[in-house]
Design a protein around this ligand. Sequence first.
Ligand code: SF4
Length: 171
Amino acid sequence: MELDFEKLKVQGVKINYYYICKRKLWLFDKGITMEQNSDRVLSGKLIHEKSYPRLKNKEVMIDDILKLDIMQGEYIKETKISSKMPKADKMQLIYYLYYLKKLGIIKKGIINYVKEKRQEELELTKEEEINIEKTLIEINKITKMKHPPKLEKLLICTKCAYYEFCFAKEE
Ligand code: SF4
């Protein structure tokens, strides 16, 4: 059965959070946003503003839902501080390629890891399309849950903007 994309489509950040922590995805979906307090997010924004200073097509908005860092020729380019979350970074960009394909736009992707001065090129394969569709179905299930997914301590928790929210009782 074909996926009801109009019903299931989400912001790219939700794909990213799905691959980082499902509880984070749920909290974000419920409007509990604490990312503005995170130094990491702030430095990410600053790095993004300083990247590709001569390019005009910075921050392309699509359907008020996707915010692409750069669209240039046959590529869309995303800037990340470092490759600590490679799967989440990759799937977010793959989702952008999938979304654009749904609009009849075929692109390739490049992730620019600023600290490591390294780029990774990605293409949308059939296998990745299936992965994105499964992810969208799972995200829909998680965001419909009445309560957040069970708390599990992950390596990234201490760096997460929701740390105090999740672990306040332990301190
Ligand atoms: S603090 Fe940990 S468990 Fe809580 S949302 Fe962040 S990553 Fe997930």
